[in-house]
Design a binder for this molecule. Sequence first.
Ligand SMILES: Cc1ncc(COP(=O)(O)O)c(C=O)c1O
Length: 441
Amino acid sequence: MNTRETLKVNEKGHLEIGGCDCVDLANKFGTPLYVFDEAYIRSMMRVYRDTIEKEYAGNGMVLYASKAFSCEAIYAIARQEKVGVDVVSGGELYTAVQAGFDAKNAYMHGNNKLPREISYALDCGIGTIVLDAYTEADLVDEEAKKRGIVQDVLIRINPGVEAHTHAYVQTATTDSKFGFSTQDGTAQSFTSYVLSKKNLNLKGYHCHIGSQIFEKQSFVLAVEKNLRFIAQIKDALGYEAQTLNLGGGFGIWYTDEDAKIDVNGYKGYLQALIQAVNVGCEQYSLKKPYLLIEPGRSIVGEAGITLYTVGAIKDIPNVKKYVAIDGGMFDNPRYALYQSKYTAILANRANEAPCELVSVAGKCCESGDLIGVNLNLPKAQSGDIMAILSTGAYNYSMASNYNRNFIPPVVLVNEGNAEYIVKPQTYSDLVRNDVIPDRLK
Ligand SMILES: Cc1ncc(COP(=O)(O)O)c(C=O)c1O
């Protein structure tokens, strides 16, 4: 088993997370259940925050990319840890504000922010809006004018670096729905447009080159290209960006095909970025920008696991064996979406050696409803508690009520204590917004 700081096997042979026995958690809270280790989340936020503090003279901020996992408690933790947040919808912003998070430390993203989301963000006193379209620049400018304010904004640029896990490609053209290309003049034209708007204050640029990336060089290359672009804009328009937001994307461990980076290892990624910023600013004679990073997956991904109970087992001779669990694509759609790979453990028999490759199937009426194929497990039996590891990012936040299943509750564990941060749904939650028109009664 690939052990992580937060996970261990206890003397009963049970998997533990954050000092809590997973079998006890399953008995107490039921399954399926998302479990997050608070200490892991906090240590990740701190390592990024402290690195900016110590190695970049505090001239920047960590923004937790809350699309990875959004609920009130995570914004409360971010507030306590003095990190900002990246939000991508009115709903994420509302959740943050409900949790007492100061909207001035929130950055709003999205390639098509709705008029009502922009209006709500300004009402909340959002810190910065990251513009990704001409229509957005017009809308934010109008809404800011109505309120008699000047709104801080960044422009999302695409520096032509596309990164995918262990590789990256440089492209002069882009087919991404995100950002304005720095290679074909569109980012420069949009910069002039934003600078012409009286109620917008252009602070600088944002880019995000991808997710689940391990190759440091791809981040370094993006920094170089961004700084070169900032220097070009300074020459062409006399405008020098004060802020550079480098997005998120640091990879995490899902299976032994991925590197296992410990909390401090992530510091190395940020140090490489800082080093590249220092070198580039020297080279292009630029002032060191206020630096932002937006890690999501690396903060919460490995902090979370999902517990399930094994139900039906279907062995199709000479074909494959399905082990069905009480969850599925409604709590984790990532296999169905991207054929994502996971590691599974039988939490009640965590010391037993794996002996067979199985497909872990969900309970939805959908053949593609799988958590994974070829997962290596001991011989599973009905009633076993299965833990799927590294499910903290893009699982709960992507969950749905498909087939009218409940979105599982979320429990936060910390040094042996466990408490709900998202309560279980009930049948009445499922019909809460349903309406039967009179003519159907
Ligand atoms: C703009 C932006 N920032 C940050 C992130 C977070 O990336 P990750 O969770 O890989 O760190 C994303 C993810 O898609 C993103 O689109």
